[in-house]
Write a protein that binds this ligand. Sequence first.
Ligand SMILES: Cc1cc2nc3c(=O)[nH]c(=O)nc-3n(C[C@H](O)[C@H](O)[C@H](O)COP(=O)(O)OP(=O)(O)OC[C@H]3O[C@@H](n4cnc5c(N)ncnc54)[C@H](O)[C@@H]3O)c2cc1C
Length: 656
Amino acid sequence: MNAVSKSPSPVPAGANQATRQITESDAELSEILKEVSPVALALSAVHMSGSLDIIRSGVKTKPPARHADQTGSLSLEDAANFRHRALQIIAAWRNARQPAPYVPTRSELQEMINFLFGRDIPAAYMPLVLEDMAFDGEDARAFRWKREVSEARKQSHPVVIVGAGMSGILMGYRLKQAGIPFTIIEKNDSVGGTWYENQYPGLRVDVPSHAYSFSFRQSHRWPNLYSKQAELLAYFCKCAEDFGVLPHIRFRCEVSAAEWVESESLWSIGLTNQHGSEETMKAQSLVSAVGFLSRPQVPSFPGFDQYKGIAFHSARWRHDVSLEGKRVIVIGNAATGVQSIPEIAKIAAHLTVFQRSPGWSLIIPEYHREIRATEQWAIEHLPYYAGWMRALLFNWCQDLSPEWMMVEADWPQDGRSVSRVNEMLRQLMLGDMQRIMADRPDLLAKVAPTYPPFVKRPTLQTGNFYETLKRDNVELVTEPIESFTATGIRDRTGAVHEADVVIFATGFQAQKFLTPMVIKGSGGIELNEFWQDRPGGYLGIVVPRFPNFYMMYGPGTNLGYGGNLIYNSEMQSQYIAGCIRMATENSWRRLEIREPVFAEYMARTARKLEQFVWSTPYGTTYFRNSKGKVTTNSPWSLFEMWNWHREPDTQHFLHE
Ligand SMILES: Cc1cc2nc3c(=O)[nH]c(=O)nc-3n(C[C@H](O)[C@H](O)[C@H](O)COP(=O)(O)OP(=O)(O)OC[C@H]3O[C@@H](n4cnc5c(N)ncnc54)[C@H](O)[C@@H]3O)c2cc1C
């Protein structure tokens, strides 16, 4: 149950409010405030003044115009006015020895949220936005028993979780809160999944740091606006430690198979343990948290075995191989390529980039910027500034307006864009590209996509990727690869590109869900056999004929628009924990989603997916399978997910 909706005052004072004492003079404050978000600042000022006057001046903000936009699109004059008024409020609050911040009423909070986003946010959204901001640091999605359950009964429901990425450690934490015994099986020697396995230079998240963290365990000390890989890995390692899940993890163990044993109502799980021996474990419930982009995809090229140089996949980065002064080839120009190529080009003697198809890129000038000392000051000193900043960066508006990636019925479908807003974004990205590549029309012709934006996830860059392609030591090859030779790669024209090192930035086996595990459900049916070419589950989590089996980040759950994968994991772990609670409280040993519930969800989802740009035949994307059907993405909003995941419906399940 959401604590926010229970509480008469939805913003009780607590852990997430800034607590540090303000010692700065007015003049110093004035300097600091010049660099902080005027929107989050004005809302923090409400808590200090106890009045909404500051946001009732008649000046309107606008919804975020760009990624990570915190300005409210205010004019310089309006922003300066907000800062000036906030300064007076902060100074008065400081002089009064920082009394407890004001707790707005529900209707005042609604007004504040509308101000934050520059538009009317439906009232139904408010509890969700507040829950995610976790103003008071409360874990509203924590596991809570609904009935008294004996210790023995809890112990009778052991759970195995496969994978210790952020999904697996969160699931473990929920079960730990419940007192349910669990083991996490992890093939690596560390937690972190994606952020452990991918260590290529230039890797950073494409969601602002303050929004890419667990709602109930927010970090207020991110060094960068968009975190680098090592910062995220450190965060998830710390979470695993703080959650107390580390002793439950068996590292260097890999699950190869799992079979539902009907006679015992248990899962029998086959794994290769840390000594390389085969082992079997039993569990009442099995949770797959193996990730979606976790098994590297290396295309097989003719002649690869003749190649005498070094070759590796970007997700298996060879830190022992120096690229300095080397001739390097990178195959692929998607997210990994766009992030790593500028870094590699700085040190390699020569870099050849093989591009199969061009990709859309959003130019974010702030993508590489650090969090300013002044922003950090505001986070640490101004009450609830951090919460408002998180909500702004999370950008709930996107959830309300997915038009930018939806097909508009009367829009001319010429393969370039699918709607008016989609066309606007195409023009924006194309314009940036043309501006940066103005001096290199030859390159522009190669990097400008001809398909609509968002057929695949656009990459983020500061413009540095395009600039890198212009360097003297970089060559962009768009001819297809013919074969490897002993010393490099021959393209379709017969030209050979020499390389000491070849890096496959070729992505992941996105269509092979849960690969290479062989999962057999009731009656021995194998999961892929059950799925055929339509992988999925009810909410992407539960599958008929696979009792007590749950998937996190499984098919059909990649967030299509808005939010980030941490939100996804929070929703999914809440639903799965709810199922395990339901089974344990009722002493059910077997819980299986009803076939019609699953079928109806799959049909409804398929219909909805048709409205999205991913389902058009334009361009290539790992979102679609060989039949052209989108299997990876969810077309549902964050709000719909929130409503559907909070509590599993008993009526949806068969149980024994
Ligand atoms: C390069 C890259 C960049 C990304 N950037 C973003 C981003 O900017 N924003 C965003 O929201 N998302 C991003 N993602 C998606 C990202 O994967 C998720 O945000 C998140 O990390 C998923 O966490 P997870 O725990 O579900 O899966 P993962 O992080 O993939 O973890 C899965 C874990 O399961 C383990 N495992 C797998 N199979 C087995 C097995 N059979 N036995 C034992 N253990 C197993 C793996 O070793 C791994 O530790 C990115 C993904 C990649 C690959």
